[in-house]
Write a protein that binds this ligand. Structure first.
Ligand SMILES: Nc1nc2c(c(=O)[nH]1)N[C@H]1C(S)=C(S)[C@@H](COP(=O)(O)O)O[C@H]1N2
Ligand SMILES: [Mo]
Length: 254
């Protein structure tokens, strides 16, 4: 059976099972095919699993919508960061981010420590996409950055890798993660530029993860570290990021 018809069959199975036997049974079927998000427990767990499984089966290789230039927002809204950027950040900023590094390690053949210049030399891509916050507002901007996939290729990501975990300098303990489908998607950019200039600090400069296929909170600002892993349960409370620890979904596809 080819990959596509197999996929249709699994999707049909998951969807039909929801109709006949409810979310729990659908979640069990999704589990059989490894389509389970880290936050699959609790009362919302089966729903989270169903959303994730269906999105993965239907849209795994779809890129984010790229808007026409004329739709770029005149006044993009920068969400304030809390707490305010700290001393470590201020020191790096005073030096024009010359010493900013992206550390890449975990299940990779070659751990890396990349300057912003190193990242740019891996290749840049631009896209006009939307930031959509879970609170209801959104804006469209042009983003310029290095695809995460190019960094992972440079590091030689090992075959057991299932998730990419990423960390912010501020707040220090803010972290998130994505599966390999999003990590390898060309829409997922380590972003350094916005609307023809350097990425402003208010919007996450000098380095921000942009994953426009998910809600704004997955686009973490001030990125300093990436860890490839076979199991995201080793991080934090094991739910895949800080959001599910506060009651938000780990997978926030839009
Ligand atoms: N480091 C960091 N990244 C962050 C946040 C934050 O508070 N700190 N807020 C997130 C949320 S909830 C949203 S909706 C977007 C907002 O992006 P914007 O400031 O470009 O509008 O950034 C995300 N990335
Ligand atoms: Mo948000």
């Amino acid at each position: 059976m080819n990959k596509f018809s197999r996929r249709k069959l699994i999707y049909g199975g998951v969807a039909a099972t929801v109709g006949v036997a409810g979310l729990d049974a659908a979640a069990r079927l999704a589990k059989r095919y490894g389509l389970v998000p880290p936050d699959d427990r609790g009362i919302y767990g089966p729903g989270e699993t169903l959303t994730y499984a269906c999105q993965r089966l239907l849209t795994a290789h779809v890129q984010a919508r790229d808007f026409p230039r004329g739709m770029i927002s005149k006044k993009p809204f920068a969400n304030a960061v809390f707490p305010a950027l700290g001393e470590d950040f201020n020191r790096l900023q005073a030096d024009g981010f010359k010493d900013w590094r992206l550390e890449v390690n975990g299940t990779v053949a070659h751990p890396l420590s990349l300057s912003l210049g190193d990242l740019k030399s891996l290749g840049l891509r631009n896209q006009i996409t939307e930031v959509a916050c879970e609170e209801g507002w959104s804006y469209i901007a042009e983003w310029i950055g290095t695809p995460l996939s190019a960094v992972l290729q440079e590091a030689g990501v090992l075959p057991q890798t299932r998730y990419i975990v990423y960390f912010s300098i501020q707040p220090k303990d803010w972290w998130d993660s994505m599966d390999m489908s999003d990590a390898m998607n060309p829409s997922t950019l380590l972003t350094m530029g916005m609307n023809d200039g350097d990425l402003p600090v208010a919007f996450g400069g000098p380095l921000r993860m942009r994953m426009p296929r998910q809600l704004g909170y997955k686009s973490v600002k001030y990125i300093t570290g990436i860890v490839a892993t076979d199991d995201v349960k080793k991080f934090g409370k094991g739910l895949g990021s800080v959001e599910p620890e506060f009651g938000y979904a780990w997978y926030a596809g839009i």
